[in-house]
Design a protein around this ligand. Sequence first.
Ligand code: MF3
Ligand code: CO
Length: 281
Amino acid sequence: MAHQLEIELKTPEQIGLMRRAGLVVADALERMRAAVGPGVSTAELDRIAEETIRAAGAVPSFKGYHGYPASICSSVNDQVVHAIPSPRQVLREGDLISIDCGADLDGWHGDAAITVAVGEVRPDLRGLVRAAEDAMWAGIAAAARGARSGKGRLTDISFAIQSSIRKAGRYGIVEGYGGHGIGSAMHQDPFVQNTGRPGKGVSLRPGMALAIEPMITRGRPKVAELDDGWTVVTLDGSVAVHVEHTMAICDDGVWVLTAHDGGRSRLGELITAREPVPAAE
Ligand code: MF3
Ligand code: CO
């Protein structure tokens, strides 16, 4: 028998609590982005994340998750996702680092990832980062349009992500990993594939919260997990990028809970009216 999906629908109040967790993650990622540079170790970034999260009264959701030993995943160059920070992993000019971070505030989770260039990186790698970011926002925008029409289905997001990447260039789209429901736990149903035909899967409904997280490579899409049981790398050694946001589906659009501006700058009017309009300068 097929697995019966259990989708947690959040009340507007619960989405408000998730927004607080999301902002903690956004703050931690901004602090890490500012700290990235040649000579900085990934363990130092992990320290910044844990300190920021705990200072906000939250708990790093990654730490202890299935035995994971740190507060972030710090995946450099051919590492795709889930690489463990280490004092021996020191960033060098030209590296690309994807930093993934999660926080649990009062039982509600936020999960997001950014990719940061260490100093100057090759122009083609800047294109790779842009392609992943654009794909993530295309997926989020698809969810917003689906929420508005009332006709959106889960794989409309997958198809939008895939289409955006295909349009951007010849990139590998990593399969087997992807987005997920999120709320009172970090990983919930449904699994959100980064490829696939539109119009399938669960209906997108107000109260659903999803982490949208494309992973793409400069080469082939095939990946492998290292013997540490965590680190995922590209098989061909090509550079990979992972970006992620947590968003909530509301009746009038989406709310990007891990973006400081709620998604406004990227989504325009597809954002929910629940995100307060910033005060004029
Ligand atoms: N954000 C990651 C994901 O959704 C979670 C990493 S789990 C950890 O895949 F255990 F590695 F921290
Ligand atoms: Co995630």
